[in-house]
Design a protein around this ligand. Sequence first.
Ligand code: S3P
Length: 169
Amino acid sequence: MTVFLIGFMGAGKTTLGKKLAPKLQCTFIDVDHLLEQQEGMSIKDIIAAHGEPYFRQRESETLRSIDLDDKIISTGGGMPCFHDNMTWMNAHGITLYLNVSEKAIYSRLKTVDREQRPLLRGLDDEQLRIFIKEKLTERRPFYEQAQLDLDPISEPLNDVAEKIKNYIR
Ligand code: S3P
């Protein structure tokens, strides 16, 4: 089984993926984390040193380099929107969109260290709110190509695991 978790920053992809993996007898992989290991630096530093287009190219290559067998794979928030990654993921596994409201994303991202998140650097609260609104509008058409969607805030973990199992049955 291969499951790709997609959704905006702060939607909880990593948290859900880590909990879901043992329930589905899978290994958890975070694409950003894998890329950081390969490059020997953080995503923030990769983007600062080489720019976003380089990062998008490398995240796409990293995705395609993973051995997909029995993996729950957490992807970066922008990944489905570049290099036909959404089409590729739909062809290679089950895609699951963590459909979290704009409000919930804002309240989560409000408290993270924005300086550590390349796309959020320097934004004040109001700019953050506008950024989320605009980016979500731009990205939703990609996220909505996912085969399954759920709200991880309201849906219990066991229900999510069942939803995936039923889908592949
Ligand atoms: C990004 C989200 C980040 C990371 C990079 C760009 C985005 O991942 O890939 O900073 O474009 O939304 P998370 O969604 O895991 O925070």
